[in-house]
Design a protein around this ligand. Sequence first.
Ligand code: NDP
Ligand code: MG
Length: 382
Amino acid sequence: MIKKIILLGATGSIGSQTLDVLRINKALFSLAGVSLGSSLEKSIAIITEFKPTAVVVRKNEHLEIIRNKFPELICLDCLEELASFDFKGAQMLVNALSGFTGMLPTVAAIKAKKDILLANKETLVVAGELIMPLVKKHNVRLIPIDSEHSAIFQCLVGEDSTNVKKMLITASGGSLRDKKREDLKAVTVSQVLAHPNWSMGQKITVDSATMMNKGLEVIEAHHLFQIPYQKIETVLHYQSIIHSMVVFNDNSIKAQLGTSDMRMPISYALGYPKRLDFVDSELDLCQIGNLTFKAMDFERFPLLKLSYEAGIKGGNLPCILNAANEAAVALFLAGKIPFLKIEEIVSKAILEAEFQTKLDFNYLFNLHNKYYQEIINKYGEV
Ligand code: NDP
Ligand code: MG
């Protein structure tokens, strides 16, 4: 039976790579519902090619044009409505939204009993404590798309989780990895966006340069694999060939390797538990020659250290960490603050946070918006 897919964030980096995987596997999947972004041209191209049943349009001014051009199409009001829409038949939701926006649609989809294929790491960072029990309660699958988590997920297949000694999350180091801290003061947006290995959306590319991305991934791994922070380590691996590893109690290490092509983890998540054929991007190990590893430098990347601390303390701190980071990254991308100010803003938010352990989705929604807006207001519109 053809599996029906709902794709949130179809016009982004993960979204368009997901469409590519669907294109390769037309006989297995159909795109039932899709959330479109701010480009009208991209949105029209997606509807024309994949003929979804329902969409959510990001920009109000596009709505009339899309309705006129595609009279059969159902235009829904919001992401949550799309995430929980009943398309009849087997359904999976691919969440490729960036940032906190991804949280509530994930919740809506879980409650509507859809399997979740999750690229949007912010969902688990902010609300992992609430999401994981919800996944269990509604008996749905949560399969990671983030390459490190996909690697760990694959390493764990067939293993008893009690035999896991630790997880080793690899980090490319991002675009500024060869620079010393004193050289970071004057880096430009375009320098930061020039990632050596991966082509990704702007927010995650900045997060890679600050190492915040690895911090978010550590928190994501903690929730997803229900593993204590003390058993999650990070290691610098410049080539991004080993996507992450698991060390077992007999000191045996399993790793998952591949090129830096996100279509692979997307393909794995869509096909799970089967593997889909994938003809591109075969890894040529002889051409790579060497794989290198370096201990993580927490002094050089203080936001990673801060993420561990916020994760270990838990409660509302990961939400505050994420909100402050989203605001700071938006300000940096808009040219309002220098690169190192990102660290300063996020650290200050955590230092001054009022710690709270009692969480619900409504509280997190308000908390995120409060922090995000206050920081944006302080430094100017983005
Ligand atoms: P992009 O910025 O490229 O894409 C994000 C998508 O979400 C776009 O379609 C965007 O629309 C849409 N979107 C963002 N905000 C809203 C909103 N408020 N309402 C409606 N739509 C919205 O991000 P990426 O694809 O790079 O990343 C997506 C997620 O996947 C992130 O959580 C990231 O951390 C994670 N991830 C990404 C990887 C990558 O290689 N890119 C690797 C591993 C994880 P628009 O077209 O208007 O921008
Ligand atoms: Mg990743």
